[in-house]
Write a protein that binds this ligand. Structure first.
Ligand code: GAP
Length: 449
């Protein structure tokens, strides 16, 4: 039963340490959130799962971690300086500012007035001063998408790996947008993370690859616990396409506030490599690009007939924060057990922030505590994620807390353990408890994760 109400997820996130409002002790900052002790684990697990599926499990993708601060020339030639805008209107009555395309009936959402200014383009990129002089002449942009530095590193990656198309470059990391309308908790924020793949293909094979990537991404979302019937595909109509795109399919998710974009998969054609290239006239670029006199590289490859080919690009681009929201929403369940309410996060085990809690039944018994610590250390050393030595509260409270944060198993050590080397394993979803040999724990753990 997915959460009906975003407030339940916000409350759980704060109560258990997943997500906090940024700068909360100073009244908070709109559109900025901080990930707490469990949030950072969940986020890392999602990113690792993406990296594993996009880089490690394939033989045609390389990774990259480029700088966030981005030179102006990059975002000038990418088209972002001219076109990365939203239409902004002011309400003349209450002085509120809104995105025109988010208004219903052309009315101010704050006061209902229809007395609005004409829309004007508002660039979403953040600028920051770079270097010792603060006169506005030497600035950098905070990247609005991770993609651009993948394109600017295209030649570096090809030269250092001897790759030929089709192949991809993957990158995860922060992106920044000065959004006008913030929305629904971490859904639309000003600082967020993206998981982006730029997959370079032979022109003419781009539509086939586009379809393949849409399918591959749907399978990945299902493996993260977001079922196919919570997802919809949206073919973005021509008038809504970004300036670089020939076709985009959005994977839409039923968020608590409505059906909205979770990931976009765009066919960016040869626009980006073409735009960032020198000597464009020699390259027979198919998309319409602006002249580039600043770049010192041809971002193209030679084919077998010695002709330059500018690869087309298929780009699956997912938001990490939206992934966190969708995955939490799917996992969140409220059940009734013996007339009492149980909140349980049924996260896929590979995403759980804590993989197992090891609980000594008597927290003052030296032998039991030492045994529990030994088991924790052994399981921790397998490198499969965080294992917590849990020595607070009573056993019932521990189970309740670990249900709420999605810990798949609790392992309890008691007096019998000291006698017969067995422990109790309690399963989060079924709440069943069984006795197993301590020596079987490692195999059991490896199987589960
Ligand atoms: N490189 C292509 C690109 O950036 P996008 O559709 O603008 O395309 C890709 O963004 C993904 O990044 C979106 O599907 C969404 O998951 C996430 N995203 C975009 N803007 C966001 C924001 N303001 N807050 C949170 N996530 C955002």
């Amino acid at each position: 039963m997915p959460a009906k109400n975003i407030d339940e997820l916000i409350a759980l996130s704060k109560r258990r340490g997943f997500i906090f409002q940024s700068s909360e002790i100073y009244g908070g900052t709109q559109g900025l959130y901080d990930y707490g002790p469990l949030g950072v684990e969940l986020k890392n697990n999602i990113k690792n799962s993406w990296w594993k599926s996009v880089v490690y499990e394939r033989d045609d993708v390389e990774g990259l971690d480029a700088s966030i601060l981005t030179k102006q020339s990059v975002l000038k030639h990418s088209g972002h300086e001219d076109t990365f805008t939203d239409p902004l209107v002011d309400c003349k009555k209450c002085k509120g500012r809104f995105r025109e395309d988010h208004l219903t009936d052309k009315k101010c959402p704050s006061c209902g007035s229809t007395d609005l200014t004409d829309p004007r383009p508002f660039n979403l990129m953040f600028k920051t001063n770079m270097g010792p002089i603060d006169d506005g002449s030497s600035f950098a942009y905070l990247r609005p998408e991770t993609a651009q530095q993948i394109f600017t590193n295209f030649k570096n990656v090809v030269d250092s790996t001897a790759r030929n198309i089709p192949f991809g470059i993957a990158q995860m990391g922060k992106a920044f947008r000065n959004e006008i309308t913030l929305k629904s908790f971490i859904f639309r924020v000003r600082e967020f993370e993206q998981m982006e793949l730029e997959f370079f293909v032979v022109p003419g094979t781009d539509e086939k690859w586009h379809k393949e990537w849409v399918e591959a991404r749907l399978v990945w979302w299902e493996n993260q616990g977001v079922p196919r019937d919570s997802l919809e595909l949206y073919d973005v109509p021509a008038e809504e396409l970004a300036h670089y795109s020939k076709a985009t399919v959005d994977i839409m998710y039923k968020f608590p506030h409505g059906v909205e974009e979770l990931e976009g998969i765009a066919n960016r054609t040869d626009f980006d490599l073409g735009s960032h290239s020198k000597d464009q006239a020699e390259l027979s670029i198919k998309s319409s690009v602006k002249e580039n006199k600043e770049s010192n590289a041809k971002l193209a490859l030679k084919d077998l007939d010695n002709n330059w080919v500018v690869p087309f690009v298929i780009e699956p681009s997912a938001g990490v924060d939206r992934a966190v929201l969708a995955i939490l929403n799917e996992a969140y369940n409220v059940e009734s057990v013996d007339g009492k309410e149980r909140v349980v996060l049924k996260l896929k085990p590979h995403l759980s922030p804590i993989k197992a809690a090891v609980i000594p039944l008597k927290k003052n018994d030296e032998n039991i505590v030492a045994r529990a610590k030994g088991i924790k250390n052994k399981l921790q050393s397998l490198g499969l994620g965080r294992v917590l030595f849990e020595n607070s509260g009573n056993i019932g409270k521990n189970y309740r807390r670990h249900d709420e944060v999605g810990t798949p198993i609790c392992i309890t050590i008691d007096f019998d353990t000291l006698e017969d080397n067995t422990v109790t394993i309690r399963d989060r979803d079924s709440m069943e408890q069984k006795r197993v040999n301590e020596s079987d724990l490692e195999d059991l753990f490896k199987k589960l994760f």
